[in-house]
Design a binder for this molecule. Structure first.
Ligand SMILES: [Zn+2]
Length: 107
């Protein structure tokens, strides 16, 4: 008590502790904040352009804008036909069973 009075810093101490807690939040605090904001991972529904099979997947940073996606079952002959003068770029394994297709104009 005498110590606290002499230093007169209990309020500042707790402020510093609070700042420290904010700067380096322990795992339990991160967890409780995540729960409070109700943040959910964003999912997209990928639907096969050929058979309609759908799969939910979290979008990846490296995904371009796909013209369509299809599942692993289908060969190129089964896929929607390209417009004249376009070429197909394939992104394999965008999810467990899906391929992403981007139709690009030929250079
Ligand atoms: Zn399919």
């Amino acid at each position: 008590m005498e110590m606290a009075k002499r230093h007169g810093i209990p309020a500042r101490m707790s402020e510093a502790e609070f700042a420290e807690l904010n700067a380096n939040p322990p795992a339990w605090l991160i967890q409780s904040r995540a729960n409070r904001t109700g943040k959910r991972p964003v999912w997209v529904q990928l639907t096969c352009a050929v058979c309609g099979f759908t799969e939910a997947e979290r979008p990846k940073k490296w995904w371009p804008e796909f013209d369509f996606v299809h599942c692993v079952e289908h060969g190129p002959a089964q896929l929607p036909r390209l417009e004249e003068g376009k070429t197909s770029l394939e992104y394999p394994d965008i999810s467990t069973r899906m391929y992403g297709i981007v139709d690009e104009a030929k250079a």
